[in-house]
Design a protein around this ligand. Structure first.
Ligand SMILES: [Zn+2]
Length: 479
């Protein structure tokens, strides 16, 4: 197996990955702020983290993975008050939606899924440590972090703060500060706002202190990996480092991994452009969870991902091809014996798959190894050259592939139903159905009965019944 190499934002380099404790990875992931449904840009990052986690598990590491849910911030407080609900009541719906979305995208649950509001005491005691080290100063009931006292500030994002004038906004805090660079650790309550009564006064935590306190509680003072979207590197992760390292005097995280942005059809995603999508928006259009997962994971995480509907359709077709091939292996009748060179060919694909993922999680390279083998396998089957002896090896390879990519199991219809998309034929136009019927006829003509049956099942799952007439024609109707 290849040595695992990961790009570390802190060093700006690709480095060999070696955790502190042999065989164990302590990883922290900034989770969503649960004031709304997360969008596909968020899920690009969460799917990347899942691929990373699954690959590390495949390579035998025991994961200690924490993901937080930010369930207190300005927007949540405002929205909850407007809805006349407690913070917990208001966020509950979006927390549940996030869990459901993750399940639908086959994102594994981390070992700890935790909420900020359950960790106020840990945040308070971390702020007290910073107070005793003189890294803080008070202001109108709030407590601020004094960046000027932390000389390494900027080491992660390499941002040069010398040009930032006092009064400029580098953070969302709407409070008075000594320097524009400083940020709030603790925010005084505003009239009518929810607050906690604590040893450092009444108020609520700033966003950054949440992650430092929660990460260190579950993972110790030095983490192996900290991940997030690239937009979090500054100021959020920079502030996490400043707080944690000022309190402990130890490095906070050894590897920082950041996923690049997602564009939609070449443009920045925004509600005003009408190109803003949650998972549910796409499922309502009839797209499958597995296709979306493949689409989000197929571009390596450090490259910008240009999400397009053409790409999503292509991913849908790719999944069909993979599943059809797996079915062909399972149900096909092949002559006994071994096809010459097949064992070596499978070993080469497995090696390339591992090398791709070890290469800073180059998912495109790993997937190419899979697609190449599937294409060659299909050709060998079509020509009648494929032998039974190759079945087990390829099945094992596909199982390994699926431990990381998790798209082979044919469970999209069930997942969509669980999410409330009961009428799964929604989005399937007459033309779509005719196209699938024609595909099935073509598959039958090629005597690819596995593919034909799969299409029949897919249509049935989406409420379409096929009737094969004696003359060979096919009629369809909606259930
Ligand atoms: Zn965070």
């Amino acid at each position: 197996m290849a040595e695992i190499q990961l790009h570390n934002t802190l060093s700006g380099k690709v480095e060999p990955f070696v955790p502190q404790n042999k065989g164990e990875v302590r990883m922290y992931t900034c989770g969503p702020t649960v004031y709304d449904y997360a969008h596909i840009g968020n899920y690009r990052t969460f799917v990347f983290q899942d691929i990373l986690r699954r690959f590390l598990k495949l390579r035998g590491f025991q994961m200690k993975h924490v993901m937080n849910l930010t369930d207190v911030d300005d927007r949540i407080i405002v929205n909850a008050a407007a809805a006349r609900k407690s913070i917990r009541e208001y966020t509950e719906k979006f927390v549940q939606a996030f869990f459901d979305d993750c399940k639908t995208l086959s994102i594994e649950a981390p070992e700890h899924w935790i909420r900020a509001t359950d960790h106020i005491p840990e945040m308070v005691s971390l702020i007290q440590r910073l107070q005793s080290n003189s890294f803080t100063y008070p202001g109108e009931g709030s407590i601020y972090y004094r960046i000027a006292k932390f000389p390494n500030y900027g080491k992660l994002s390499k941002i040069d703060l010398t040009g930032i004038q006092v009064g400029a906004r580098v953070d969302n805090d709407r409070y008075e500060k000594e320097s524009a660079r400083d940020f709030a650790l603790w925010k005084a309550p505003k009239p009518g706002e929810h607050f906690w009564e604590t040893a450092i006064g009444p108020g609520r935590p700033g966003w950054h202190i949440e992650c430092s306190a929660m990460a260190m509680k579950y993972l110790g003072e030095t983490l192996d990996i900290h991940t997030g979207g690239i937009d979090l590197a500054f100021p959020h992760h920079e502030n996490e480092i400043a707080q944690s390292e000022a309190a402990t005097g130890k490095p906070f995280a050894r590897y920082w991994l950041h996923a690049e942005h997602l564009l939609v059809e070449g443009e920045k995603m925004s509600k005003s452009l009408g190109n803003f999508f949650t998972l549910r928006d796409l499922f309502a259009k009839g797209y499958k969870p597995s296709a979306l997962r493949l689409c989000l994971s197929s571009t390596p995480y450090r490259r910008q991902l240009n999400f397009t509907f053409a790409g999503l359709t292509q991913a849908t077709n790719t999944i069909e091809r993979l599943r059809n091939f797996a079915d062909r292996l399972q149900t096909g009748k092949f002559p006994a014996g071994n096809q010459e060179g097949m064992a070596a060919r499978i070993a080469k694909a497995a090696e390339e798959f591992d090398a791709g993922l070890s290469d800073d999680l180059n998912t495109a390279r790993a997937l190419a190894a899979v697609f190449d083998l599937v294409r060659e396998g299909n050709i060998a089957m079509d020509k009648g050259e494929f032998r039974q002896g190759g079945v087990g090896g390829i099945q094992q390879f596909l199982a390994t592939f699926d431990k990381v990519f998790a798209v082979l199991e044919d469970n999209d219809a069930a997942k969509l139903q669980a999410l409330g998309f009961g009428s799964a034929e929604a989005g399937l136009s007459d033309a779509d159905i005719e196209k699938l019927v024609a595909d099935r006829n073509a598959a039958k003509k090629k005597r690819d009965f596995a593919a034909a049956d799969r299409i029949r099942k897919e249509l049935a799952d989406r409420g379409i019944i096929l009737e094969d007439a004696k003359d060979g024609s096919v009629r369809w109707k909606r259930k």
